[in-house]
Design a protein around this ligand. Structure first.
Ligand code: HEM
Ligand code: NAG
Ligand code: NAG
Ligand code: NAG
Ligand code: NAG
Ligand code: NAG
Ligand code: NAG
Ligand code: NAG
Ligand code: NAG
Ligand code: NAG
Length: 335
């Protein structure tokens, strides 16, 4: 589909919206979202400085690491998709046989995790065992992405408690693969109580950060096992990626060419130009309803509103609240 706004497109759009409302209503009753117990200003009385401590440390670090937003956003996403946003992504293994979430993807954001520990240390000094690691991750991701904007890009209701279960096997089962097709993505997100709008909006997080060549090498060099390239990638972009990645498989590429440190909507502009990095990204224009959202997100203000809404939803997935879980003293160890 092209972006041309003609009468036919509008007609089609209206039709599809009607169809969509019909087909997606069944997903709404999925029980994965339960943020009712989370609220803004949760630490107002118990740790009024908490939110400021997070913001200050994040902004200091974002000043010298332009990728901090990407790192922390991804940590938060992984945390939420595996047993809910319970800080379990931060847990270190306690024995050699234990395979924790973090190990399912060894290269996840070590730099970002250091910042989380720094924040936790300061927050613990201000108010011992009061603020959960899960809340710190959620706030830090928001504040890092928001830093260049000078305003909060989404709301983070608080009150999450920390979980104590972290399993690599669950990370593998719950996180979509970059080679996922559209229906697989929709299915995995649906399983979390997230719908098509959430899938398209949250995928826009790939407007920041980097990926390792190893993740895309099959797509570039051996797509169907015959030494070929995924024909759905723009050829110029494919050649650019191949050049970078054939030089050294350990190289990294920007998620979003030329704008990988800026949280904007160029991800969606690239999708339409067939410059989505992963098959999962590219698949968002393979479905007409998803492609319509991709078109709508060509307008950055529309994208920001939808991203904020979906982040709030993701941040409330399967959270532990009230007397559940614990408040960890250090984020990488169970109490
Ligand atoms: C739709 C399904 C998704 C898939 C298949 C996927 C997959 C991936 C993969 C394979 C990488 C590259 C990792 C590497 O090579 O180091 C990546 C990076 C990233 N992902 Fe996703 N992801 C998805 C959704 C999301 C969501 C929902 C978010 C956040 C809301 C997100 C945020 C990020 C960020 C910020 C990076 C860059 C990290 C960095 O710079 O270190 N992703 N993703
Ligand atoms: C959501 O959380 C509230 C408060 O903790 C609880 O009363 C309610 O039963 C939960 N709902 C679901 C569907 O888990
Ligand atoms: C925050 O706490 C102060 C004093 O503890 C109180 O006056 C104020 O109403 C609280 N605000 C919110 C939003 O809870
Ligand atoms: C999408 O991927 C799933 C899981 O890998 C697979 O079962 C399904 O056949 C694929 N669908 C299409 C249309 O390729
Ligand atoms: C997705 O869910 C939100 C509510 O969380 C709803 O407003 C939106 O219309 C839904 N989108 C689709 C495509 O069903
Ligand atoms: C490409 O894929 C085929 C089939 O999976 C495999 O036999 C072959 O070794 C692969 N080639 C390379 C260079 O990895
Ligand atoms: C696109 O996805 C929706 C679900 O969101 C599905 O109902 C529809 O059949 C899909 N369309 C195509 C052409 O695959
Ligand atoms: C983008 O969306 C905003 C908010 O919906 C709207 O006010 C604005 O006119 C749109 N901009 C363009 C260029 O369509
Ligand atoms: C995890 O917490 C549950 C209750 O919250 C407890 O029963 C269990 O023993 C804990 N497991 C570990 C490994 O700490
Ligand atoms: C922390 C960690 O495991 N980092 C690894 C990231 O990946 C490179 C190779 O791809 C390893 O050398 C690092 O040890």
């Amino acid at each position: 589909m092209t972006m041309k706004t003609n009468t036919n497109f509008h007609l089609l759009a209206t039709l599809l919206v009607v169809l969509l409302i019909g087909t997606l209503s069944f997903e709404v009753c999925n029980g994965a979202i339960n943020g009712t117990a989370l609220r803004l200003k949760f630490y107002n009385a118990t740790c009024p400085k908490a939110e400021n401590i997070v913001k200050t440390i994040v902004e200091d670090n974002a000043g010298f690491n332009p990728f901090l937003g990407a790192l922390l956003l991804r940590v938060h996403y992984h945390d939420c998709f595996v047993r809910g946003c319970d800080g379990s992504i931060l847990l270190d293994p306690t024995s050699e046989s234990e395979q924790v979430e973090l190990q399912a993807e060894p290269n996840l954001s070590l730099l970002g995790l250091d910042v989380i520990e720094d924040i936790k240390t300061e927050v613990e000094k201000a108010c011992p065992q009061t603020v959960s690691c899960a809340d710190i991750v959620a706030l830090a991701a928001r504040d890092a992405i928001s830093a260049p904007f000078g305003r909060q890009m989404w709301e983070v209701p608080l009150g999450r408690r920390d979980g104590n279960v972290s399993l690599a096997s669950e990370a593998i089962a719950n996180l979509p693969s970059p080679s996922s097709n559209f229906s697989a993505l929709l299915h995995l997100f649906g399983h979390k109580g997230l719908n098509l709008s959430d899938l398209v909006a949250l995928s826009g997080a790939h407007t920041v950060g980097i990926a390792h060549c190893s993740v895309i090498s099959t797509r570039l060099f051996n797509f169907t096992g015959k030494g070929d390239t995924d024909p759905s990638i723009d050829p110029t972009y494919a050649n650019f990626l191949k050049t970078r990645c054939s030089a050294n498989i350990k190289n990294i590429v920007e998620m979003d060419p030329r704008s990988a440190t800026s949280f904007d909507n160029s991800y969606y502009k690239n999708l339409i130009l067939r410059k989505g990095l992963f098959e999962s990204d590219a698949s968002l224009i393979s479905n007409t309803s998803a492609a319509m959202l991709v078109n709508q997100f060509q307008n950055a203000s529309v994208f920001f509103v939808e991203f904020a809404r979906s982040m709030k939803k993701m941040g409330a997935m399967d959270v532990l609240t009230g007397g559940q879980g614990e408040i960890r003293k250090v984020c990488y160890l169970r109490n």
